[in-house]
Design a protein around this ligand. Structure first.
Ligand code: AMP
Length: 399
């Protein structure tokens, strides 16, 4: 059974084609600069890669181009697109209505449209991608896996803000959270690696990429999470500030910044980039800090310190903590940051195993703390596309 997984941004379409028999990726790629005359398709299949200049004015055309390549005699992996039995979409904001994976119909499209108000940067391109794929592949089921779904189990004491009730009832102001599919994948995978049922897993999962978030998981369910109404809340990220006093927003407006300026600065010019003044990329910052750049070093300290504070908070609210799980580009690859994180958790009994830290790279999963550690820290590579493919298979042809 073949499942096609699609993740649409405003000017890009990422895709993977899975054979679900062995969960093999038959082809994958990304179409970038959609809607410009420089649209480019980076495609990988059969152990080869291609960079192709393509015509793609919108998501429908982009998806048709990708499907043509997937059935191409040289670059393709199928003889006809009829081999695709289901399409899985990464969807972002499902509000309070959507609490799990759903088959897409008009009511689901309406939920995505309605929640565009809360996720103006993410829901419109995701909707365009879904509608484009439904037009290009009208005869197969389309399934949506929402970023917010895994986090819909947060209890009111965790998801509500201490603001007047009407802000919640009339304006839907609450914590929704994001990266849920990644947190769900690593929760399930870590439970498997620990030899536990998923409903027995008590974890603190940290997705550390350009965007960063943490989730407290009790009995396999999310009970708290660091991102909020939008992805801005929580950890220090590549270009987002994470937690700040909300009065900073009003204060900067009183100093002449428009609401749009403040929004741009907090989302795109803050975090590691804002503090260091040089980069949002962890590799650059580690190099700069090593070379004596004090601002870069402070950005790294703040990044790790904020993570340690959230671990402390989540450790306190969980009945037990089987492991802190690191994932995402930084969690999976950055040995020095993992070392700093484990050191920052010494008070909770985490003790780094240098050899394990060095060996747990290139997609490997495992603990990076010693067996004697009172708190285990694991690295578990995420795979949101596989999670979406599995959900799609389950929805289309239940096992
Ligand atoms: P993501 O958004 O998950 O792709 O993660 C992007 C972040 O991961 C960037 O800050 C990268 O610098 C960081 N990253 C990726 N690979 C490495 C690596 N080998 N060492 C350190 N950081 C890395």
């Amino acid at each position: 059974m073949k499942v096609f997984v699609v993740n649409c941004g405003s000017s890009s379409i990422k895709y993977q084609l899975f054979s679900m028999t062995n969960e093999d990726v038959l082809a994958k790629g990304v179409l970038e600069r959609l809607g410009t005359n420089q649209a480019t398709l980076h495609h990988r299949a059969r152990g080869q890669s291609w960079k192709l200049a393509v015509q793609a004015a919108n998501h429908t055309e982009g998806l048709r181009t990708i499907l043509d390549v997937l059935v191409d005699a040289e670059k393709g992996v199928m003889s006809t697109i009829g081999e695709i039995e289901g399409v899985g979409h990464r969807a972002i904001h499902g509000g309070e209505e959507i609490r799990g994976t759903v088959r897409i119909d008009e009511s689901v499209l309406e939920v995505i449209r309605r929640n565009a108000e809360l996720a103006p940067l993410h829901n419109p391109p995701s909707l365009a991608g879904i509608e484009g794929a439904m037009a290009a592949l009208p005869d197969v089921p389309h399934v949506a896996v929402f970023d917010t779904a895994f986090l819909s189990t947060l209890p009111p004491k965790a998801h509500r803000y201490a603001v007047p009730e009407q802000w919640y009832t009339e304006h839907h102001v609450r914590k929704y959270g994001f990266h849920g599919t990644s947190h769900r994948y690593v929760t399930l995978r870590t439970a498997e690696l620990l030899g536990k049922g998923a409903d027995q897993a008590n974890l603190i999962t940290a997705h550390l990429g350009n965007g960063c978030s943490m989730t407290a998981v009790a009995g396999g369910q999310a009970v708290d999470h660091s991102m909020g109404l939008t992805p801005l809340e929580g950890l220090v990220m590549g270009t987002r500030s994470g937690d700040i006093d909300p009065s900073v927003v009003l204060y900067m407006q009183s100093r002449g910044f428009s609401p749009a300026d403040v929004d741009r600065v907090l989302n795109k010019q803050s975090g590691l980039l804002g503090v260091s003044g040089c980069s949002n990329d962890m590799r650059d910052l580690l190099g700069e800090a090593e070379g004596g750049n004090e601002r870069a070093d402070l950005a790294l300290e703040m990044f790790v310190y904020r993570i340690a504070k959230y671990v402390g908070a989540y450790y306190t609210i969980l009945p037990r903590c089987d492991a802190v799980v690191l994932t995402g580009g930084i969690g999976e690859n950055s040995l020095p940051i993992r070392q700093r994180i484990v050191r920052s958790l010494a008070r909770l009994g985490a003790e780094l195993d240098d050899a394990r830290n060095a060996a747990t790279v290139k997609g490997r999963a495992g603990p990076i703390t010693t067996d004697a550690s009172a708190l285990a820290v694991w690295v578990v590579p995420t795979n949101e596309e596989l999670m979406i493919a599995r959900d799609t298979r389950q929805m289309v042809r239940p096992l």
